[in-house]
Design a protein around this ligand. Structure first.
Ligand SMILES: Nc1nc2c(c(=O)[nH]1)N[C@H]1C(S)=C(S)[C@@H](COP(=O)(O)O)O[C@H]1N2
Ligand SMILES: [Mo]
Length: 444
């Protein structure tokens, strides 16, 4: 597809790069290199529910408001002493706030849907392979700083000393934000299922200093291309791509989630009994079903086998009798970085630890010994939300019908399920993170 195509509501631009190409670069380029002879070229995936917007940065306005639904949240009057009503230009964003860079993976919740469908049964949604993910350096301003500028007052966490108390304390602190959400929208973009594109995250998450949620104007050091949200998009680290709203023109602090289709009627892991043939998923019960299932927030921990790139591929062993397996892994939510990736060619009897060639702890320690971004802030966040590229040579005999399993573990201790190595099915085919990365591989 021509990358300059804008798409339409009926035919939005959706495309992915072959995973084998994706793992060639720690940062995924936003534009293809015009000089490259390689086809298909390595570029970040595109996911659009409507036409790509072409906006003029000099006239673009970002409106920040609060709405009447707030009154239902217990602490709203402390956090928002006055209703919010601020309009910012792009020049306000670049002059009034700290500039922050963060390296973070962005992944569509539908990544790996094709595998789920092939192995576990029909699902509804775009037929994504394993390339609906990217890793980029995003630069912009903190959502937190902008909300504070607009008049929001974050609660101050109580100081604690004991480690044991910290967890409980976190939960207690988070609960004080109960019922409060930040809704992000691009109000000008008509979409396939709604008049505009919108999404939301809990206010606590948007303000979390560890999360560094951004209003990003730059990707990999360059102004965002139109396709990825020029002149400004939300970047919500650790959270499914759907919440990182492109062409952002509206932020509303509210007492409920965004009412947009893509928050309430999509991007949910429906229970396994909800299939297209059940009455529940069809007419009457459908609303009730969707209303009772929570909207997806955090990315699940995930690892993708990128080389070999397809089920049933034929793979040659090298001179040492080894097969070369490569991939990428993404931590769960804010529990990164990925600290370990293990690979098995015999359904979990023997595991080999892959080396993390880029992205994990080692990446952080070797590349960022000092603190040197624009604001002088510690750079620990760079690896925490990034993907990890991994690589391993595994000794093996020739064989047919070999499965390649890959299992990632992050710093928070989250790991992928070996008990359910084939993964589990849901109607919308979202959040697939099966350990079984490839099957039916022939090793010669
Ligand atoms: N305005 C707008 N923002 C959007 C979308 C969209 O269709 N419209 N798609 C979302 C989804 S589902 C994903 S996965 C990411 C994809 O970002 P990208 O196209 O930059 O890869 O953008 C999100 N933000
Ligand atoms: Mo997505």
């Amino acid at each position: 597809m021509n990358p300059d195509e804008d798409g339409s509501v009926g035919k939005p631009v959706n495309r992915e790069t072959d995973p084998g190409k994706l793992v060639q670069s720690f940062l995924t380029p936003s534009q293809s290199n015009p000089k490259s002879e390689d086809k298909p070229q390595l570029v970040a995936y595109d996911r659009n529910h409507g036409p790509i917007q072409h906006l003029d940065a000099s006239t673009h306005r970002l409106t920040i408001k609060s709405d009447s639904s707030l009154s239902s949240a217990p602490n709203s009057k402390y956090i928002l002493p006055q209703p919010l009503s601020t309009v910012l230009t792009l020049s306000d964003l670049s002059t009034k706030f700290d500039r922050v860079s963060i390296t973070c993976a962005l992944q569509c919740a539908g990544n790996r849907r094709h595998e789920m469908q092939e192995r576990l049964g029909e699902v509804s949604g775009l037929d994504w392979g394993d390339g609906a993910a990217m890793n980029a350096e995003w630069t912009g301003v903190r959502v937190r700083d902008v909300l504070v500028h607009a008049g929001l007052r974050p609660l101050t966490p109580r100081q604690t000393d004991g480690d044991n108390e910290d967890m409980e304390h976190d939960e207690e602190f988070e609960s004080q934000y109960e019922g409060l959400h930040v809704q992000f929208a691009c109000t000008t973009q008509p979409t396939q299922d709604d008049d505009y594109y919108g999404s939301s995250v809990p206010l606590f998450l948007a303000l979390d200093p560890e999360r560094e949620c951004l209003l990003a104007t730059h990707m990999n050091g360059e102004a965002l291309p139109a396709r990825h949200g020029f002149p400004v998009r939300a970047i919500i680290p650790g959270v499914i791509g759907a919440r990182s709203v492109k062409w952002l023109d509206s932020i509303v602090v509210a007492g409920e989630e965004s009412t947009n289709h893509y928050q309430r009627r999509d991007y949910k892991i429906l229970p396994t009994e909800a299939d297209n043939s059940t009455e529940k998923a069809n007419e009457g019960g459908r609303d009730e079903l969707w209303d009772h299932v929570p909207a997806m927030i955090d990315n699940p921990i995930n690892s993708v086998v990128a080389v070999p790139g397809r089920d049933r591929d034929v793979v040659s062993r090298d001179g040492n009798g080894c097969v070369h397996v490569k991939g990428y892994a993404i931590p769960k939510g804010k529990d990164g970085p990925v600290v370990k990736v293990e690979i098995s060619l015999d359904k979990g009897h023997t595991w080999y630890e892959a080396s993390i060639s880029d992205g994990g702890d080692e990446y952080y320690n070797t590349r960022h010994p000092g603190n040197s971004n624009d604001t002088g802030k510690d750079k620990a966040g760079r690896a925490k939300f990034a993907w990890a590229l991994w690589d391993v040579h595994i000794p093996c005999e020739p064989g047919d019908d070999v499965s390649i399993w890959s299992k990632a573990t992050d710093r928070g201790g989250n790991t992928m399920s070996v008990e359910q190595a084939e993964g589990s099915w849901n109607l919308r085919g979202v959040g697939f993170n099966a350990v079984e990365g490839r099957r039916g591989i022939k090793i010669v």
